[in-house]
Design a protein around this ligand. Structure first.
Ligand code: CA
Length: 223
């Protein structure tokens, strides 16, 4: 899962990015509204954390422009504590949720998890696929109740496939959601990660769809 953080306060931006990376997300950072708008317009993100008061272009205008351009990714707005009018303006402009400053990073993380989950159509914080369970809260996965030992790349891959269960996901899409914009991306590595993941899962839940990509789904019940 790939997140964009748009915040002009350098320390706060770094603090958010570090916390997100710590729990397994890939993070791109922008420090003004124009840069943030450009990234959100051109790169695919699973969620965006967007400060309302930004140089160049304010957060409300940024989200408005994305929405009018058909960009539908979940947006969590950061607002000033007592400015209820900002919260209303943010939601009306197309933001999905907000957190007022000052906040606890844990609250931001919880809201981001919920936004990503809901955007993928999952109401619960735990997603199951056959014997595999993904705990989005703890950033952990189990097979038949046993904890899986996953590298950060393997976890991101599993998490993305499970959030998009039943859908065919292309290699390009996986790369775009597993690496940040500066990463030297090589689509062959995806095949390697899928292979490792299959081994760790044991049963084959990840199907290769020839020429298109991969699809993860629970095996049909055998009667
Ligand atoms: Ca600001």
């Amino acid at each position: 899962m790939r997140i964009l953080v748009v915040e002009d306060d350098v320390n706060l931006n770094r603090q958010l990015a570090d916390a997100l990376k710590e729990v397994g997300y890939v993070v791109d950072q922008a420090f003004d509204g124009e840069e943030g708008h450009f990234l959100g317009d051109t790169e695919p993100y699973d969620a965006v954390i967007l400060d309302i008061g930004l140089p160049e272009l304010d957060g409300i205008s940024v989200v408005e422009k994305w929405r009018s351009n058909g960009k539908a990714m979940p947006v969590l707005m950061l607002t000033a504590r007592d400015r209820w009018s900002d919260k209303v303006a943010g939601i009306d402009a197309g933001a999905d949720d907000y957190v007022a400053k000052p906040f606890h990073v844990e609250e931001v993380l919880a809201r981001v998890r919920a936004l990503i989950r809901r955007a993928a159509g999952h109401a619960s914080s735990e997603i199951a696929c056959g014997p595999v369970r993904l705990d989005t809260k703890a950033s952990k996965a189990t097979v038949n109740g046993v904890a899986m030992k996953l590298t950060s790349h393997e976890f991101r891959l599993l998490s993305y496939l499970m959030h998009h269960m039943g859908e065919v996901v292309s290699r390009t899409e996986l790369i775009e959601h597993m690496y940040d914009q500066d990463f030297d991306r090589d689509s062959n590595t995806i095949e390697v990660f899928v292979g490792r993941l299959r081994k760790k899962i044991g049963v084959d839940l990840i199907e290769t769809v020839r020429g298109l990509g991969y699809r993860m789904q629970a095996p049909a019940d055998a009667d």
